[in-house]
Design a protein around this ligand. Sequence first.
Ligand SMILES: [Zn+2]
Length: 333
Amino acid sequence: MKHTLFAISTVVLVWAVGASAQAFPNRAQDQVKAVATLPDIADLVKVIGGDQVQVKAICKGTENVHAVRLKPSHVVMTSRCDAFFQVGLSLEHAWVPGLIKTSRNREIQAGQPGLVTLSQGLTVLNVPTSLSRREGADLHPEGNPHVNLAHNAGRHMAALIRDTLTRMRPKHQAEFDRRFKAFESQSLKAEARWAKLEGALKGRKVIVYHTEFTYLLNDLGIQVIATIEPKPGVPPTPGHLTKVIQTARENPGVVILTAAWSNNRAVDRVVTVGKGKKLVLASMARSGQSWLASMEAMHVALAKAFQVPYGMEPDKPAPPAKPANADEKQTKS
Ligand SMILES: [Zn+2]
């Protein structure tokens, strides 16, 4: 996987601070100014904070989260924010520490309460037993960091956001609690719907390029039978690719999950030679999309790829009742 890290210079910072008034336009308000790494998080901050927050996301949802190209505007917003929300577990490690340091914002430096890591407290999968660099650097040194795709991640992150906002604006505690409860109820409904899909998908097999869908697949009981990257962030060698193609051939029509930013030449080779079925998913929400909508879209796409029926029945109004005589006719016939 290709890494690109935009070098943020002091010159950029000086410019950025000068232009900071544009970062959060309504500075007269007593709102919490927040920066979120992912659009998923920005959505949850808004859902819980409502009118008491202004939030901006750095990722657009169309890029590789391990290698985000930073812009001067990101320094602007980070230098003036009250709270900085990240997933953590080294997900944003290639660009967040540099951004925070360059921002010179004391409130969000490591160890300060303004820097909030939302993966804290979630169960982490794929924690490496050894950190051998023989096959190249591991992009997931603390375990799989793509926890934002776990079914319960929305509620977990929203609870930590509620606690942070309550600490910063205690007088609005009741509002944050009310908003959290409304989200929790919505999420539980969605999770029940996704659990039904788990019943239909449990035991199905996929091949993945990068291990970014692990939590989602794990929650759905879908088995990963091969990973095109031999190690997170390490492109496949020809020998490894041959083994993956062989696995695909042994599982005709196997779904191959990838993201738009992955090395899709390797994926296409597995699809073509191994006769698999390619499915491109995003590993985060897109700008302006809610976490719930993003997760829902992924479940819809997976159901379609596996040709399993899936709908949003629990949220649909009940169909109109049949006229009493219609039932009578059926009984008679
Ligand atoms: Zn990753």
